[in-house]
Design a protein around this ligand. Sequence first.
Ligand SMILES: Cc1ncc(COP(=O)(O)O)c(C=O)c1O
Length: 451
Amino acid sequence: MDFHKLSLPEAPLIKVTPPGPKSKELLDFQSACEGSAVSYPKGLPMGLSLAKGATVEDVDGNIYIDFFGGAGVMNVGHSNPGVLAAVSKQLGRLTHSLDVPSPPRADLVKVLTSLLPDSLGKVFFGGPTGSDAVEAAIKLAKYNSQRTAMIAFQGGYHGMTAGALSLSSGRFFKEDFLPLLSDVHFVPYAYCYRCVFGKNPETCEIDCAKYLDYLLENPHSGVAKPAAAIIEAIQGEGGSIVPPDRFLPLIKDICLKHSVLLIVDEIQAGFCRTGKMFAFEHFGIVPDIMTMSKALGGVGLPISGIAYRRELDTWPSGKHIGTFRGNVLAFAAGHAALRFMLENDLASYSLNLGEKMLVWLKEIEKDSKIIGEARGKGLMLGVELVKDKATKEPAPELASQVRTICHQHGLLIEIGGHFSNVVRFLPPLILTEDLALKGVEIFEDAIKKTE
Ligand SMILES: Cc1ncc(COP(=O)(O)O)c(C=O)c1O
């Protein structure tokens, strides 16, 4: 398919510096009536009216290139026509059915299971958000292992519900709500740009993974035998961190050695985002449990689930329940979205375009005083900003400035990272090369204005 026709042709187009008057009105209304924890409009102040493909229009008629993709949800593009058609067809027939089977549910499960490794023979849908999938994964691991402790990774993000928040590392998110789940232990991720052991990735022995082995081996490590370890194969909110090839296989071996279940969280990295259907495929491993959400709902319809080894399917009927256990419209959307991904080989497209964009970003990095590292895989890219390339002192204020300048010039981006200093690109995967180039040019300009 020619992806050009999916996006608004005018992008980028700035008619009035955002937030324009109509946006301001909506933002003021929101501030007056909605809770103060609202967050995205603080960084990207605007009201939205339309979104197509890899472009978004605000209520003042500004049209943006979207490198944010609704936080990595819009893999097949905003308002993907095939997905919308599938949803419209389903609307008016059946939209809510708890976990009672229906043809759209069966259709989605059929495609999903054909994409998953054979060993992940069971899928299960719980509540609609990614956090819900993480809760289900925790419960399944606890139920099967009859243990309670969990291992999570520094820089990891797994959601905001109590269990998922316990496994997320960000201090800002959790410090006012403690205690959460007891017995969660955080270990280093392979964040080679800031190696906690001061090692060089070319020569190191993946000491970060080995540290987990030490914790599980040593009876005096202070860590109880955990039910599971949860990890993102490529860290998303942590700053688009791609670990070295040996990291995930080592973690998998260590988990096997100590009979600890391995949960891979594919909520952000899954569904072609990083150039494979699932990010763990880059590393030749298969988890025991996998979580999924975000792009599974096609055009942003909320759905989440887990896939797991058949042998773990021991929990009895009703052990994990809820009202929203798979929305029928989301099943129809997910089925159409997965077919679109396969028919258009979106995984290869994302891998190739991501490689090109990374080359452009690395060129910008060379000449920049504030880019510490440009990195990523497929269309999960990140640019880490620092005050000084030698000391690597994080520059979160500069990242916010870059986001604002990009917004004002027609490009939507997000910020993440351990120190909130990583500019993140998570565009719809149907981004065309010319929109990608235009977007990167706006970003480069913003970097130059910020230096
Ligand atoms: C890797 C990962 N896991 C879990 C979540 C939580 O998903 P949700 O925000 O839908 O609860 C996110 C959200 O960004 C995520 O990136």
